[in-house]
Write a protein that binds this ligand. Structure first.
Ligand SMILES: *[C@@H]1O[C@H](CO)[C@@H](O)[C@H](O)[C@H]1NC(C)=O
Length: 353
């Protein structure tokens, strides 16, 4: 008798689960609308900011391989020329395929971005995919950073992304087709020692991108947010110079990636219409734990199943990071290189009186 009740309950639970599963799947499908994915980029125009080196150049190369007209944007004409030549040499573009560069300071304000982008569209056609890759990183503990550097990163990383994005959006919505890629960093998924101002500028980009993604629901315009880990680029080499040891230890735990692999994955994730493009197991874990977007019932199901366990693992990751910070602090205490200055607060207070 008892066994019968048990089976009955199990069958009922399974039934409820299956119905729930299909219902959520249905909700997701209806609310997100049809999603198109692309197999190649023939007859498409792809524009990449920060396209003369690193991840930007690698993305441009992949877009050219997939048959697109490609425009790379940067500041240094010589580097842009070299990048275009390299792409042409490696890809041997088709007759109707153009690879061009445009020199533009992406921080020069919306009006000049608009002017430049309308010229770009006039030569190689409407922009199908915009890859926002221009950016820079200056690291340091926040109190030691130059205020100008903090401002500059916001200018380049955030406004240098917001302006081109604003330009392409309305035309994309009108044509009901387009992809906008935002290249950020794993430091846009969690705050990391030494990445205060840099992380903030990339969190801003993430906030922008996720909101634009929701504003584009029901259209064929899609947003992809890429969170690359440390990648072997000229930008990364420069970043290393200002990077505190603690930051190196923490962010280096994700390994060092090749720009070609990162660029390739970003372009393909954008073609597939993925909201999040992450790299390696740490990236995947952070994506699941942040779970802001919905892409499919499978994604939702895996997140529901693994969330608790991942949080558990993340506690070990975080306490390991904290231990790195604590060790560093202990070392500084053993060999203090900070001069103790006289406290002038009390004197000033007295003066006020
Ligand atoms: C590239 O742009 C030119 C000029 O607009 C156009 O004729 C050509 O078909 C485009 N090719 C591709 C691959 O999009």
């Amino acid at each position: 008798m008892e066994i019968e009740i048990c089976w009955c309950t199990i069958t009922f639970a399974v039934l409820i689960f299956i119905i729930g599963f299909y219902y959520i799947g249905y909700l997701i499908k209806v609310s997100m609308g049809p999603k198109r994915s692309f197999k190649d980029l023939k007859n498409k125009h792809v524009v990449i900011t920060g396209g003369s080196s690193g991840i930007g150049k690698a993305s441009a190369l992949e877009a050219a391989k997939l048959g697109a007209n490609v425009t790379i944007i940067g500041r240094d004409v010589q580097r842009l020329k070299n990048a275009v030549n390299e792409i042409i040499q490696k890809v041997a573009p088709a007759n109707n395929q153009n690879i061009q560069y445009v020199a533009l300071d992406i921080t020069s304000g919306y009006d000049s971005v608009e002017k430049c982008f309308s010229n770009i569209e006039a030569t190689l056609g409407p922009i199908f995919m915009l890859i926002n890759c221009a950016g820079m990183c200056i690291c340091g503990v926040f109190e030691d950073m130059k205020a100008d550097d903090v401002k500059h990163m916001m200018d380049l990383n955030f406004f240098g992304t917001a302006d081109p994005t604003k330009y392409v959006l309305s035309a994309m919505k009108k044509r009901n087709e387009g992809r906008i890629v935002f290249v950020t960093t794993e430091a846009a998924l969690m705050g990391i020692y030494g990445y205060s101002a840099y992380g903030a500028s990339k969190w801003a980009v993430r906030g922008l991108a996720e909101a634009i993604n929701m504003e584009a629901i029901g259209t064929n315009v899609q947003v992809t947010l890429a969170f690359p880990p440390d990648t072997e680029t000229p930008g990364f080499e420069k970043e290393e110079l200002t990077k505190p040891t603690v930051t190196k230890l923490i962010s280096g735990s994700g390994g060092l990636w090749k720009p070609d692999d990162v660029g390739k994955k970003i372009v393909h994730d954008a073609m597939a219409g993925k909201l999040y493009s992450t790299f390696g197991s740490t990236g995947k874990m952070l994506e699941i734990l942040n779970c802001n977007g919905i892409s499919s019932i499978w994604q939702v199901l895996t997140q529901c199943v693994f969330m608790g366990g991942l949080r558990f693992i993340m506690v070990f990751v975080l306490t390991n990071f904290y231990a790195i910070v604590n060790n560093d602090l202990a070392e500084k205490l053993i060999s203090p290189n900070v001069k103790v200055e006289e406290n002038t607060c009390t004197e000033e207070k007295n003066k006020d009186k």
